[in-house]
Design a protein around this ligand. Structure first.
Ligand code: T5A
Length: 207
C-alpha cells in the first residue's frame, strides 16, 4: 500500500512547521510510519540549494533563477525522499511544496502562473499531495511571530505588500482546489489547530 502524501503551506510564521511536527509525532506514537521533510532543503543537496536561496546576497537574484532553484531542489527531493517513502508505504509530511512556488514566485513575485505550473509538474513528475493544510494568518501576525524568534531571511525581508500578495495568492490557490486544500485558522491556539487537522484527516479516512 502507498503512503499518504500530506503537505503544509502558509505565509511566513503561520505555524506550518509546528503543526507538521505535531502530526509526524502523532503518527509515530500510533505506530504509523511517517517521514517529516521540507522544501527547500529536504536532502543533503537540497540543503546547499536552501542556503543559496535564503542567504541575503549583494548580487541581483533574478526571479526566474530563484524559481528554477526551488524546482531543482524539488526534483532532487522527489527522487530521494518523497517517492521512495510513499512507495514503501510510509506517509510523507512535507513542510511546503508546489503551492509555495505558485504563491511566492507567482502571486507575490509576479512570474507567470502557467510557467510555474509547468515547472512544478516537471519537478514533481506529476506527483500531487493527497491533502494540503493551508495555515492562514494575517501577515502582521506571522511576521511578528518570526521576529520574536529569529532574524528574518532573504525572503522574509521583502516588503509588506509582497507578504499581502502572498497570503491572497495562497487563498486563491485554495479556492481553486477545494478538494485538496483545507484552509485552517492559524490564529487559534496550537492544540486547537492540531485538533482541527485531525478532524479533517478522520473525515477523509486518512487516520
Ligand atoms: N519558498 C519556499 C519559496 O519562495 N518558494 C518555494 O517554492 C518554497 C518551497 C522557506 C522559504 O522559502 C520560500 C518560503 C520561505 O520564505 P521556511 O523555513 O520553510 O523557508 O519557511 P518559513 O515560513 O520561513 O518557516 P517558519 O518556520 O518561519 O514558519 P512556520 O513554519 O509557518 O511557523 P512555525 O511553526 O515555525 O512557527 C513560528 C513561530 O510561531 C509560533 C511558534 O512556536 C514559533 O515560535 N506559533 C504560534 N504562536 C501562537 N499561536 C499559534 N497557533 C502558533 N503556531 C506557531
Amino acid at each position: 500500500m502507498k503512503g499518504v502524501f500530506i503537505t503544509f503551506e502558509g505565509i511566513e510564521g503561520a505555524g506550518k512547521s509546528t503543526q507538521a511536527k505535531m502530526l509526524h509525532n502523532y503518527f509515530i506514537e500510533k505506530n504509523i510510519k511517517s517521514v517529516l521533510t521540507r522544501e527547500p532543503g529536504g536532502t543533503a543537496l537540497g540543503k546547499k540549494i536552501r542556503e543559496i536561496l535564503l542567504t541575503p546576497t549583494e548580487d541581483y537574484f533574478p526571479p526566474k533563477a530563484e524559481l528554477m532553484l526551488y524546482e531543482a531542489d524539488r526534483n532532487i527531493h522527489i527522487h530521494n525522499i518523497i517517492k521512495p517513502n510513499l512507495e514503501n508505504g510510509i506517509n510523507v509530511i512535507c513542510d511546503r511544496y508546489t503551492d509555495s512556488t505558485l504563491a511566492y514566485q507567482g502571486y507575490a513575485r509576479g512570474l507567470d502562473l502557467k510557467l510555474i505550473e509547468n515547472l512544478n509538474s516537471i519537478a514533481t513528475e506529476g506527483l500531487k499531495p493527497d491533502i494540503t493544510f493551508l495555515i492562514d494568518i494575517p501577515v502582521e501576525e506571522g511576521l511578528k511571530r518570526i521576529l520574536n524568534t529569529r532574524e528574518k531571511d532573504r525572503i522574509e525581508d521583502e516588503d509588506l505588500s509582497f507578504h499581502q500578495r502572498l497570503r491572497e495568492g495562497f487563498l486563491e490557490i485554495a479556492r481553486k482546489e477545494k478538494d485538496r486544500i483545507y484552509i485552517i485558522n492559524g490564529l487559534k491556539e496550537i492544540n486547537e489547530i492540531f485538533n482541527d487537522i485531525l478532524e479533517i484527516l478522520k473525515k477523509r479516512y486518512i487516520i
